[in-house]
Design a binder for this molecule. Structure first.
Ligand code: ADP
Length: 543
């Protein structure tokens, strides 16, 4: 306790004598001042905390003793409680923000009470000060944590609402920017089965900026490294970072920058970047929180993806079930048709034979029976092929085989059946040979050419082109017929898929073609424009 209080008002001297022992017991800092803010007494806690010797403080001004400042506190938003207490004659309490010797912000809770004489005249002030920096920081951290949890919670709730991936991430980025107080942000996602990235959402940055990032290799950008290697980045001034060299990126004028991976367990899905334009440096604690958000958001995105593929799978199952039901009725209808023609003609023939009538037109009936039997055979063959392909039991009998020769044969055979269509072969080579199942490949070409004719009811050109490539041969069958709407293309190679229902068919041919080509290790696809025609392509490996 400083005891240098001589010369001050006798009431103050008496006050000091009475409260000194008690004041020294307190952890709070205590100052007793006269009306001119000169220190009369400081307690042990203050002397210890502020590093004063007991006989150094008396007569000094309060700002000097309490927070080492040579000037009185001048904070327009936090008035001095001493001034207030003197003016009002009653107790005053405020929180002051000071800076310590290292320049760190400190918070001090200050309460000041006037000391009066027996006539009620204020002769001095007693001031109690407590450092509440830790409390304030804790409260701020708790508030921030609360805000983080609220952000995460709102993202989780949004994830449960069945939003699409894009809508969910847009919402999440909005929330993250609000939570971090940053001006700009963007989310990059890894493309499935590829190393490249795409931007699903950007806020507060130009399209050119994102294009510049995406034009660079993923290991040359901080957000690329986060998305592909799981690296976290925090930069004070992005526009001047030596790692950032692209002019469009530096010109965007971003300073504080943080970037974290978007991760579902160990799988990296992409990255989240946030940036600010003012000079405030990002804090490590904010980065940690962003990492936590990236991890949680990644799991939500993965579950949204799983949900949507399950939905898609359920739709496909339903579609397959519908097609199967349809196919059962199509096949039984087809069978009934063939059988009733067969039974009609066999009865007719029997009657003819029994009636001993001239047998001249028996041949016509036999021809029809033969045609229907062939149809029945084809139907049975198709059904057998479908079940072999579906169960992965299609066997191939491979031998040396020339796809140009096969195509020529098919064209000759099919041209004989139509006059409305012109069938052409386009191949720069006389022979393109490989080890394939010749009958099966003929079946594919025959089916595609047959379809080209069948679905070009107004005639036109049907061209089979053959092109030798490095390790494979590409065969295409192009027509100028009805074409196929884009939305139908996805299911075209599924069993029982039918587009032009007005034209007879079972919807099995393309599925069988695709099964045969795939079991040879080739690919099959179609390009088509409704009303203009279609081109079916397949490849076969040459080695
Ligand atoms: P099918 O011809 O017996 O119906 P496919 O499996 O061969 O069975 O063909 C499936 C469907 O694809 C057909 O019903 C038809 O609508 C469409 N399609 C096939 N080839 C063509 C083509 N060249 N042009 C237009 N549509 C076609």
């Amino acid at each position: 306790m400083s005891r240098q209080f001589k010369g001050s008002h006798p009431i103050l001297q008496e006050f000091v004598l009475r409260c000194k022992n008690f004041a020294d017991l307190l952890y709070d800092e205590v100052l007793i001042l006269d009306r001119d803010y000169n220190v009369i007494m400081a307690n042990q806690a203050l002397l210890h905390n502020k590093g004063w010797a007991a006989d150094e403080v008396a007569g000094r001004r309060c700002h000097e003793v309490s927070h080492g400042s040579s000037e009185p506190c001048q904070s327009p938003n936090t008035p001095c409680p001493l001034v207030e207490a003197l003016a009002s004659g009653s107790r005053s309490r405020v929180t002051h923000i000071h800076r310590d010797k290292q320049g760190k912000e400190c918070f001090e809770d200050i309460a000041a009470s006037p000391i009066s004489d027996e006539n009620g005249n204020v002769v001095g002030i007693i001031e109690l000060m407590r450092d509440i920096t830790e409390e304030v920081e804790l409260r701020k951290a708790l508030e921030q944590r609360n805000a983080d949890l609220a952000t995460l919670n709102s993202i989780i709730v949004a994830g449960g609402k069945g939003l699409t991936e894009e809508k969910l991430l847009t919402y999440a980025l909005d929330q993250i920017l609000e939570n971090t107080g940053m001006d700009a942000g963007w989310i990059l996602l890894r493309e499935e089965n590829s190393r490249s990235l795409r931007c699903i959402k950007r806020l507060g940055v130009s399209e050119e900026f994102i294009k510049a990032i995406l034009s660079l290799p993923t290991d040359k950008t901080l957000c690329g490294l986060a998305a592909t290697k799981g690296q976290v980045a925090m930069v004070d001034n992005l526009s001047q970072d030596p790692r950032v060299t692209h002019p469009t990126i530096t010109h965007e004028g971003l300073r504080a920058f943080m970037c974290v991976p978007l991760r579902a367990d160990s799988k990296l899905l992409g990255s989240i970047s946030v940036a600010g334009r003012d000079p405030a440096s990002p804090q490590a604690s904010r980065l940690q929180q962003l990492v936590a958000i990236g991890d949680q958001l990644g799991i939500i995105v993965a579950s949204v993806r799983l949900n949507s593929s399950l939905r898609q799978y359920a739709l496909e199952l339903e579609e397959a079930r519908r097609r199967r039901e349809q196919s059962a009725s199509v096949v039984s209808h087809e069978l009934k048709g063939v059988l009733s023609v067969l039974s009609g003609y066999t009865q007719l023939l029997r009657k003819r034979l029994e009636s001993q009538l001239p047998q001249a037109d028996l041949g016509k009936g036999l021809e029809i029976i033969n045609a229907q039997t062939n149809r029945l055979n084809r139907l049975v063959d198709d059904m057998r092929d479908v079940s072999a392909i579906e169960s992965g039991r299609l066997t191939l009998v491979k031998a040396r085989c020339d796809v140009v020769g096969l195509s020529r044969d098919v064209i000759q055979g099919q041209q004989a059946l139509t006059q409305k269509h012109i069938l052409l072969l386009d191949s720069s080579e006389e022979h393109v040979e490989g080890e394939w199942d010749c009958d099966r490949i003929r079946q594919v070409i025959d089916n595609l050419v047959n379809n080209a004719i069948k679905y070009s009811p107004n005639g036109g050109e049907v061209k089979v082109s053959i092109e030798r490539r490095k390790d494979e041969v590409l065969v295409s069958v192009k027509d100028q017929g009805l074409g196929i709407a884009q939305k139908e293309l996805r299911h075209l190679f599924h069993p029982y898929a039918r587009v032009h229902k007005e034209i007879k068919g079972l919807g099995l041919g393309l599925f069988i073609c695709s099964g045969i080509i795939k079991s040879h290790g080739g690919r099959v696809w179609v390009e088509s424009q409704e009303g203009k025609g279609s081109t079916f392509y397949f490849t076969l490996p040459l080695r």
